[in-house]
Write a protein that binds this ligand. Structure first.
Ligand code: FES
Length: 166
């Protein structure tokens, strides 16, 4: 079903376009805006962004599918991204990820039935010195242990962290 930006979204998009030399350069912030508006980037949302930026849909689709912060499916209120790249892996990232799975009752790539958490296995998130780590929204959770993960999950259950940066 076709989707459209809200009036507030259109104003934000105009402001975004005003900050970039051309619409192609505005593609990433426009996609963040669309994800904040629509929750995830369906084919219709991609069409909407492509039309707004007068770019080919295939170009926008390519950008969406390159970056893991863009979601093609509906996600939970909290999107947990657990890094399992080399530094984190060597310092227990898979224990952290398994612990998240056990606590949430889901596997990586899944969303809890109540829509509170989506769990994603992620590549390096640029905080290797504090491995193992994960992010939720714009928050970094560093030097994780199972106890720390438990505290983070309890806190996020009470106060979800939107990942929307627009
Ligand atoms: S390897 Fe995990 S943050 Fe870099």
């Amino acid at each position: 079903m076709p989707v459209q930006f809200s009036d507030a979204g259109k104003k934000k998009l105009e402001a975004i376009l005003g900050r970039y030399p051309n619409s192609q350069a505005a593609c990433l912030p426009a996609l963040h805006l669309a994800q904040a508006e629509f929750g995830h980037l369906s084919d219709d949302a991609i069409e909407c962004v492509a039309a707004a930026l007068t770019l080919p849909s295939a170009h926008v689709f390519g950008v969406v599918t390159f970056y893991t912060m863009f979601h093609r499916e509906k996600v939970g209120k909290n999107v947990l991204m657990v890094c399992t790249n080399i530094s984190c892996m060597l310092r227990g990232a898979y224990d952290v990820l398994s612990h998240c799975e056990a606590r949430l009752g889901i596997k990586r790539g899944e969303t809890t039935p109540d829509g509170t958490f989506t769990l994603i296995e992620e590549e390096c998130l640029a905080a290797c010195a504090n491995a193992p780590m994960m992010i939720c929204g714009t928050e970094y959770y560093l030097d994780l242990t199972k106890d720390k993960v438990d505290k983070v999950l309890d806190e996020l259950r009470k106060n979800p962290k939107s990942e929307h940066v627009v």
